[in-house]
Structures are given as structure tokens and as C-alpha cells.
Ligand binder design. Structure first.
Ligand code: UD1
Length: 365
């Protein structure tokens, strides 16, 4: 039995780690019928801080194959991945291809595998923002529409898949695999000190990287002004900056005032454990990340999401989580409310740290 799993970008690494470990555990317990597993990295994220650091920290063995796709337009990334991955599938003839999340590697490799008649399983199936201007939403729709096994994180996702007409037998409420990683890494995060200059319950963590927020000079300038206003009001804003965002801040001349502000810290992208450490003591998060909405929900940190929609409604306050959607107009009041809200950890069904073994069992069945 031969499985190929594919990763390409930072959030994929956090999701694949427990899956790789669950396969290793299965193989240790079943030496006569092992799963032969090949891990493919498309190379979409290539900086050490975006890739290698996560493999090391999350104990993921080095990828068996790296397609070295690198940066580029969506068509370049998807097209180059498909061409390279087709050769991988033809050489290795897997019984199953496993794709994760909603990045370009997810769509590219699911299409490639299906055109070679190889079954595909999708980890994190069924998430829908309803916003087709988001590249990730296109990747989700394409991948789920052709996947054979749909491993969904929550009831909203299974409902979406059922509504779209998928066979109930292909839909599985497996839980959220990222929370397996969170549970494993939690003791390491708890043992870390806070970065110098930060006091527990006295800072907000900022992360922004969506094209809709950071690619337009006016929008980015308004967001920077809003963040500076919070810092002026005395809140420490701690901001690990994504490479795409840093490039745009530099190009649009927004870096100098941010770097000069005494209540703002800009850093390079940081590791998983370091970000989890920040999450444990943050007063709030201001983000446009998908995964952080979920991690904040589980850790209990109020999360203000700078987006008009979310594919993760299970994390919203209205459904028991800690997350609110926010716009430039409502940001000051949303953040003020978040700062006044106590921590409230919440775990949706099957976000129990056992999602990866459940998924391996489902795929074996
Ligand atoms: C990708 C995913 C997004 C995910 C995000 C997490 C897609 C469509 N988007 O977006 O869903 O939330 O990863 O980070 O797959 N860059 C570097 N070094 C790197 C990687 C990127 O400098 O290792 C810079 C390059 O200038 C690149 C830009 O960041 O052009 C954007 O990278 P890209 O992988 O195209 O998209 P992300 O914005 O990271």
C-alpha cells in the first residue's frame, strides 16, 4: 500500500506533521502490512523561516521529494506543480494521494492525481467562505469536487459537502488535524519565556498576509494607520511579518513609521512554538489567517479577523468560539471589545488531538 502526501506552504506543514506521525505509529504496530509513505514538498514556500524551521520544530522527516516550484503567479505555481507531480505519480504509482488545506499545491496535485485515475483524499475538506475572489476558495471547490475521500474538520464542513451532493459515504467528520499539532507542542510553548519587552495579557499579536489586505497600497496604509492608532493608545502590537507583507510594506513606504513606534514590534516570520507561546498570553489577535482563527478558539484568545467572511464559522463567537469578523470601519470597536473579553477556550467536536490517527484508520478502511 503506497500513499503520497503533498505539502507546499507553511500551513500545510502544521497539518501534515501529525499525519506523518500517525502513519509511523501504524507502521510500528503493523510491521507486516506497513503503509509505504512518500512525502512530496512542492517548494511553494522555500525560505528557511517559512519551511525548514517548521519541519525541524514539528519533527517532520525531510520530504522525500521537493518539486522546487518557488514563487510565481497562480498559473505558474499550479501549472509547474502539475507537470512535476505528474512525473512523480507516474514513477511511484501510488494507491492514494493525500492533499491538505487549500493552497495551490492542494488543487494542482488533486487534479493531477485524478487525471491519472489515482484516488485522492482531502484533509480539511468542506470549508467554504462563499467568496470566490479568494484563491483558496477556488482551490477548496476544485479539490473537494474531485476528491474520493473528504476528511472534514467540523459540522459546517460536512453540511457544505452534503449540500453540494457528495455521497455521505465519502464524507467523514474527522476533526481538526492542526489541533493534534497544538496539543503535542503545547508543553514546549508553555516552557518558553515571552520575548523581551512583552508582558502577559498586555499585547496584541498581528498577522496579515491575504492579497485582499496587503496588496493594495491604500488598504495596507489604512490598516497600518489603524494598527498605529492602537499602539498610540498604549497597546503593544507584536507583528511577525509575512514575506509578501514585508515586501509590500517596503514598496509602499510603510515600514519606517512602524519600525520607529515604541509600542510596535515587527519581526521576521516566527516558528510554530513561538507563535503558540505568544497566543497563550496575548490579550487578543488581529489576523487574516485561517489557522489562527482555529488556534485562538482552542486556546481561548479573543481573535479579530480582518475579513468579510470566514470558511471557519465554527470559530465564531456566535457558535461558541472567540472569533469576530472585522472591517477597517469596525476595527477600533471590535478590538476594544476583544481587549475587554476574558479568555474562553472552546473545542468543537473531534478537535481532541486524535484527528490524525482517526484519518489514517478511515483511509485504511
Ligand atoms: C500561501 C497560500 C495561502 C496561505 C499562505 C500562508 C495559496 C494560494 N496561498 O499564500 O493560502 O495562507 O501561503 O503563508 O497557495 N515568499 C517568500 N518566501 C517564501 C514564500 C513566499 O519570500 O518562502 C514571498 C514571495 O515574494 C511570494 C510571496 O511571498 O511571491 C507570496 O507567496 P505565495 O506562496 O505565492 O503565497 P502566500 O501569500 O504565502
Amino acid at each position: 500500500m503506497k500513499w503520497i502526501s503533498v505539502v507546499g506552504a507553511r500551513p500545510n506543514f502544521i497539518k501534515i506533521a501529525p499525519f506523518v506521525h500517525a502513519i509511523a505509529a501504524y507502521n510500528a504496530a503493523n510491521p507486516d502490512t506497513p503503509i509505504e509513505h512518500i512525502l512530496v514538498h512542492t517548494g511553494q514556500h522555500y525560505d528557511d523561516k517559512m519551511s525548514k524551521a517548521f519541519f525541524e520544530q514539528l519533527n517532520i522527516p525531510e520530504a522525500d521529494l521537493n518539486l522546487n516550484i518557488g514563487s510565481g503567479s497562480h498559473a505558474q505555481q499550479v501549472g509547474n506543480t502539475m507537470i512535476a507531480f505528474e512525473e512523480v505519480c507516474q514513477t511511484h504509482q501510488p494507491d492514494l494521494v493525500v492533499v491538505v488545506g487549500d493552497v495551490n499545491a492542494t488543487a494542482a496535485c488533486s487534479i493531477t492525481a485524478k487525471k491519472l485515475n489515482i484516488p485522492v483524499a482531502h484533509i480539511e475538506a468542506g470549508l467554504r467562505s462563499g467568496d470566490r475572489s479568494m484563491p483558496e476558495e477556488i482551490n477548496r471547490l476544485v479539490t473537494d469536487s474531485i476528491s474520493d475521500i473528504l476528511l472534514a474538520p467540523d459540522h459546517f464542513a460536512t453540511d457544505n459537502l452534503a449540500r453540494e451532493g457528495h455521497d455521505q459515504k465519502s464524507i467523514h467528520l474527522s476533526g481538526n488535524i492542526m489541533i493534534d499539532t497544538l496539543d503535542v507542542q503545547l508543553p514546549k510553548a508553555q516552557a518558553l519565556p515571552l520575548p523581551a519587552g512583552l508582558e502577559a495579557d498586555n499585547y496584541v499579536v498581528v498577522t496579515l498576509h491575504r492579497p485582499a489586505n496587503v496588496d493594495d497600497p491604500k488598504k495596507l496604509a489604512s490598516l497600518v494607520a489603524a494598527i498605529m492608532a492602537q499602539a498610540d493608545a498604549g497597546i503593544h502590537m507584536y507583528w511577525p511579518v509575512h514575506p509578501r507583507t514585508r515586501a509590500n510594506l517596503a514598496e509602499f513606504d510603510q515600514l519606517p513609521p512602524l519600525e520607529a513606534h515604541p509600542n510596535i514590534t515587527l519581526t521576521q516570520p516566527i516558528g510554530y512554538v513561538e507563535l503558540l507561546r505568544l497566543n497563550l498570553s496575548a490579550k487578543a489577535f488581529l489576523t487574516d489567517s485561517g489557522g489562527l482563527q482555529e488556534e485562538c478558539c482552542v486556546v481561548g484568545t479573543p481573535c479579530v479577523t480582518l475579513r468579510d467572511n470566514t470558511e471557519r464559522p465554527v470559530t465564531l463567537k456566535a457558535h461558541g468560539g472567540t472569533n469576530v469578523l472585522s472591517t477597517l470601519d469596525t476595527l477600533p470597536e471590535d478590538l476594544a471589545e476583544a481587549l475587554a473579553t476574558p479568555r474562553k477556550p472552546y473545542r468543537p467536536e473531534n478537535w481532541d488531538g486524535q484527528t490524525a490517527p482517526r484519518m489514517v484508520q478511515t483511509l485504511l478502511n
